[in-house]
Design a protein around this ligand. Structure first.
Ligand code: ATP
Ligand code: MG
Length: 314
């Protein structure tokens, strides 16, 4: 069978990757880097560095095993260090949110989870399996566990909603068109687009495109669902409705949901677990109610949206 490991991802995302980041045969067989006995630079220093309780990656107070784990992950693009020893766990069975300022590497994290990017050092584990060490076939199989809503929605412009939503099923399963039709229509109805299956993406509002991307992310009944800013560009009412939809569908389907958002109201509404990312590491992670009562200055500032110290425009 001629399986290619990239095909769950729309072509625009292949283009997005610079050549050096594309999967090479060596990357698929060589370990991503030693994790044992490696010592890394301390967190980025500032006068206030002691304020931050850098996450050790050892204690995750959810009582749940992790569906996805980042173990001491380092990632740089040229001289631009993005992940600097990231230890992050995404617990099974919960809606988790990854929060953090623009440009901290949240989308880069998502791409590591599905093997679109590889760590320079450290490891990324999905259900305990090392993603950078997977063979092409293993990677292909692993990606079936994921439903991904990329930041830009990433519908295929040349396909109507029905075909967009059917795409993963046609590509990853041997289901008949009848079976595919049943699943696609159910998922489109669930997100309120039952009447719009013939529409082309450019005929839809931003909110409808998000919902369509959501329907498409769910058709393979994924164990792990990743949403990269599902609420960006939506008005507050649509955002609230989308949050409700995420909760409803999570309740029904279960699994590890990971939502990246800048919207603190969304986080308050749906997050059960929160990871706050800054400068390539976790500042704090834990159950949502603990994070909202954190005494960490950065977490407090970020979760309350205040403009005062320590986070500035740099
Ligand atoms: N393939 C790439 N090549 C070079 N630089 C990249 C690449 N992907 C991401 N970056 C850089 O990595 C940094 C983190 O990007 P990322 O998209 O993960 O940020 P983010 O936290 O998702 O931000 P936002 O909240 O604005 O979406 C940015 O400086 C970005 O320019
Ligand atoms: Mg992003």
């Amino acid at each position: 069978m001629s399986e290619t490991p990239r095909d769950p991802n729309p072509p625009e995302h292949d283009e997005w990757l610079p050549e050096e980041e594309q999967t090479t045969a060596e990357q698929l067989v060589e370990p991503a880097g030693s994790q044992v006995g490696v010592t890394h630079e301390p967190p980025p220093r500032g006068d206030d560095a002691e304020e931050y309780r850098w996450h050790t990656g050892m204690q995750r107070p959810t009582g749940q095993p992790d569906a996805v784990e980042f173990v001491d992950v380092h990632k740089a693009f040229g001289r631009n260090k993005i992940l600097r020893g990231l230890n992050m766990g995404i617990p099974e069975g919960m809606i988790s949110m990854i929060l953090g300022p623009s440009g901290t590497g949240k989308s880069v994290c998502i791409k590591h989870m599905v093997g679109l990017l590889y760590p320079d050092e450290g490891d990324v584990l999905v259900h305990g399996e090392s993603v950078p060490n997977m063979t092409d076939d293993e990677l292909f199989a692993m990606r079936k566990k994921f439903g991904v809503l990329f930041q830009d929605g990433a519908l295929f412009g040349s396909m109507n909603l029905y075909d967009n939503t059917a795409f993963p099923l046609r590509q990853h399963t041997d289901k008949s068109e009848d079976e595919i039709g049943e699943i696609v229509r159910r998922r489109l109805r669930e997100v309120g687009l039952g009447e719009s299956e013939d529409k082309m993406p450019n005929e839809l509002s931003g909110g409808m495109r998000k919902r369509a991307g959501f329907a498409r992310a769910l058709v393979l009944d994924p164990d792990i669902v990743l949403f990269d800013e599902p609420d960006s560009g939506l008005d507050p009412v649509r955002t609230a409705l989308l949050c409700e939809l995420i909760q409803e569908i999570h309740e029904e389907n279960g699994g590890a949901y990971t939502v990246i958002t800048h919207d603190i109201m969304s986080a308050r509404r749906v997050a059960e677990f929160i990871c706050v990312l800054w400068k390539g590491r976790i500042v704090e992670s834990g159950p949502a109610e603990e994070l909202f009562n954190s005494d960490n200055a950065f977490v407090r500032q970020f979760l309350s949206g205040e403009s005062q110290w320590p986070l500035g425009m740099e």
